[in-house]
Design a binder for this molecule. Structure first.
Ligand SMILES: [Zn+2]
Length: 403
């Protein structure tokens, strides 16, 4: 029967289905693949042979089974390909290269000075540094870029960037500047962090993964059945700019009483100073508290971990406030797992416990089977997620490159 699809196209799409399944399962057998894929056993045998010849997968020694024949197992060859991940942060621009298992092979970073140099120039520099220091260049599938702001998916122009700037810079210029012709992808940081967790972290084998990023701002990313939920302009899932106080202070986004007027790094410092002025007790020097340059969130976290009273209160309240965002998002999207990450999580349980407690208490009556965890990737989550979007496109497609 003529289906309108050529054998070559059919074979390519079957290969990609199989490759994607092997990648998802980690270690699998021919009969498992046949159950999962609806392909015939003989097609699977042919495709597996071709994937082994291309060195994309490897078969390994037979595992002991309950008598009878011992099936061969197949897995992705982790070093068949690599992906570059770039994290454009407020203070530094980081570049990594990972293999197909998410293992970081190279990591470099540059201090960010966006007043001296454009964002695009910083990214151009770091991509060249890591690309040139890597031997197996021909195996690099592409580069993903994590951005702590919003980029229009159609024009690749930055249109919202409260912490980094660069409004109207276009990432299309980057593709013209780079000598190597590899596909580039860009997305907001929290989306990519969620993707990192879905592929390599606690979100593995979960259908709906919500990542909450407690950092300079408060962001979130949502992965549903392996796809990032972005909305129309790529700005979906932004708890930092949801209103939690209708009479609240003005926010960098132009609205009033947003969550970030309490939980952004600047707001946390302001809340600390307010508490101090109301007579709160702290071991931090008054000179430091009242001098703009000497007060920082990392100082508050450091002191909270030593038991400093105001610092402890501030971190606990921040955990609760971000927990409110978490609870609201849980009500909107009903995720299977919520993962908390970002710079504030260096406060460990001082932030995580009140965050988790708040969500659990509010969801008691519904009796959700919700897992709430802290991210295990530290400050590499966004860079790994950026590289992961390249891998996702390789295995499953569906991502739009900048060029
Ligand atoms: Zn706002």
């Amino acid at each position: 029967m003529h289906t309108g699809i050529s054998n070559k196209v059919l074979r390519e799409s079957n290969t990609s289905v199989l490759l994607s399944l092997i990648n998802e399962k980690g270690l699998t057998t021919k009969s498992e693949l046949s159950k999962l894929s609806s392909l015939s056993k003989s097609s699977i045998s042919n495709l597996l042979e071709s994937l082994i010849n291309k060195k994309l997968i490897v078969s390994q020694s037979k595992r002991a089974s309950n008598g009878g024949r011992k099936p061969k197992e197949y897995k992705i060859n982790p070093n068949a390909h690599y992906a570059i991940g770039i994290d454009i942060g407020v203070q530094e621009v980081k570049g990594i290269i990972i293999n197909l298992q998410g293992k970081i092979l190279i990591k470099k970073s540059l201090d960010a000075n966006y007043k001296k140099n454009t964002i695009i120039n910083h990214v151009y520099k770091i991509i060249n540094i890591i690309y040139n220091s890597f031997k197996e260049k021909e195996k690099i599938l592409g580069a993903g870029i994590s951005f702590a702001g919003l980029v229009d998916p159609k024009t690749s122009k930055i249109y919202y960037s409260p912490n980094i700037g660069g409004i109207n810079e276009s990432f299309k210029n980057l593709t013209k500047m780079l000598a190597m012709k590899i596909p580039l992808f860009i997305d907001k940081d929290a989306n990519l962090a969620a993707l990192c967790e879905y592929w390599f972290g606690s979100g593995k084998e979960k259908n709906t993964v919500l990542y909450i990023m407690a950092d300079f701002g408060t962001g979130a990313g949502l992965v549903i059945n392996g796809e990032i939920y972005r909305g129309y302009m790529g700005s979906a899932c932004d708890p930092g700019h949801t209103t939690i106080d209708i009479n609240g202070k003005s926010c960098v986004c132009g609205k009033f009483g947003c969550l970030e007027t309490f939980t952004s790094y600047n707001a946390i410092i302001e809340r600390f100073i307010e508490k101090y002025k109301k007579g709160g007790k702290t071991n931090i020097d008054e000179k430091d508290i009242l001098s703009k340059n000497k007060m920082s969130v990392s100082k508050i976290i450091e002191n909270a971990l030593k038991g400093d009273p105001i610092s402890l209160d501030i971190i606990k309240e921040t955990g609760q406030l971000i927990g409110i965002a978490g609870s609201n998002l849980v009500n909107l999207f009903d995720p299977e797992i919520v993962i908390l990450g970002g710079g504030l999580t260096s406060a460990k349980n001082l932030l995580f416990d009140p965050f988790k407690r708040l969500i659990v208490e509010r969801e008691k009556i519904i009796q959700r089977k919700l897992i709430i965890e802290s991210s295990k990737f530290g400050n590499d989550t966004c860079a790994i997620g950026a590289a992961t979007i390249v891998l996702k496109n390789f295995f499953k497609g569906g991502e739009q490159a900048i060029i």
